[in-house]
Design a binder for this molecule. Sequence first.
Ligand code: TXE
Length: 530
Amino acid sequence: MTRLLAHSPIDGQVIGEFTITPPETIPPKIQSARLAANAWSALPVATRCQRLARLTQVMQENLDQLCELICQTTGKVRTEALLGEIYPTLDLIRYYEKNAAYILRYQTVATSPLTFPGATAGIRRQAYGVVSVIAPWNFPFQLAVVPMISALFAGNAVILKPSELSLPIGHVIIELFKQLDLPDGLVQWVIGEGQTGEQLIDAAPDFVFFTGGLATGRAVMQRAARHPIPVLLELGGKDAMLVFDDANLQRACDAALYGAFSHSGQICVAVERLYVQHSCYAHFLTQLIEGTAKLTLGHGAAGDLGAMTTERSIAITEAHYQDAIAKGATASAPWQRHGNYVTPILLWNVSPEMRIMREETFGPLLAVLPFTDAADAIRQTNASEFGLNASIWSKDIAKATRIAEQLQVGLWVINDVLKNAGHPALPFGGIKNSGFGRYHGAEGLRNFTYPVSGLTNRSSLPKEPNWFPYSDLRYQQFKAYLDFVYGSGSFYQRLRRNWQGLQAFRDYSCFDLTQHWHNLKQRLPWRGDI
Ligand code: TXE
């Protein structure tokens, strides 16, 4: 099969037809990308920022068309296309436009004149070269453009592999980047299914950024290991929300509905497990049932929940529902599907052996359970193979913070949901089966580079004392030196007992003025390089 059709989850209409990238054309893409990356990474960071920042204007100029295409391709409603896909992408571009130069600056490091007399040292961030971004279908714009633009700010070239279920979005992303002043070959894409993803990895890019499911994440990592190539894995979640009885319960209820059912739950940081303190559990469950019943299904501007994106996700969601009911759970409503629109459902009287408690559902189901105290809430939350986001609700911020810091997650939020995942300065990513590695923030940008450590010796010595020839005398002298530097006792005591041995290093001047002048220069503000 060389052609792929794109269908809209809303009504099944064909919205595009694409030719699968021939595998033999992928290695030349890597080569042209690597050439482009060489030129691109040689530019000052400020120049890269200026050119990439223009993407925000290009996105703004095409906002309605972009949102409409995202809705058609994913089934999500327009407000979620705007706030979940466009907004966080604009915010991250703006953040890196302002901060990338500082984050990627050259950093001098303190260098001991005792251990490295006459030397200075520092760290330079080097772009990997060609970054392949393998993206999912649930946020096909944001979860493609954000890692792409991060890699580009860091000085790399990118090759995007969008999900086979999001090809129209992959196409429009490439068209947007064409409107920027970038070297030919710097931004490319490949079209296809999982096999094309494998072929892209086999062509040996320099870094693989993957967002998707755990099973595929493992497959990506195994394939990259053949080279080996560094991989960053953004996988699924089974995120918990903890509601204490001293929380603003109405606010927490509205947040739970949004956190669980936004984009019909097809979000890696969606609330999938809701733990409510015993003392307010019955009241809160009643509020949740009333709130869930008011949610509407629809498309465009109307409706809270759009169509689910994939038949597979609907099937998994229904299987989790049936499994829970079969094992004794109670549901707020029967399973109802209208085309790809699925009614949101609460489930309680749930137990740990149910699939809904162990596996990522990625659909509009929310399991609701009680807890007794903070220790119980922490224990239940951490009893998951996933560790991505968590939300804690209490008016006592100090208590909520103490609890948050005991959760086995990559990120947490107090008295809010989801939004923390979009904070451009906060590194985003998970632990356990939610993956590893971070993007967003300073750490996230640096992750698209590797550090190059440099040390320059300006000593005027003819040779270094640790070089050949060795002798027992030299061994004893170095022992004296180590006792002087690391031994016990006062400076004076260490100097006295090692004075004889230290004479060997007398011309190993620890106060080499050339080094001090260079160190001083490193710290003065007029340094031109970054
Ligand atoms: O498939 P895949 P999906 C979770 C969610 C969902 C599950 C599956 O639970 O049900 O993952 O996701 C490409 N080598 N999340 O259906 O396989 C594939 O073409 C290289 C959480 O998206 O994960 C697509 O481009 N690439 C997640 C991408 O991998 C391969 C968001 C993801 O597809 C490949 C989405 C291979 N062997 C799903 N096989 C999140 N963190 O938000 C497939 N691909």
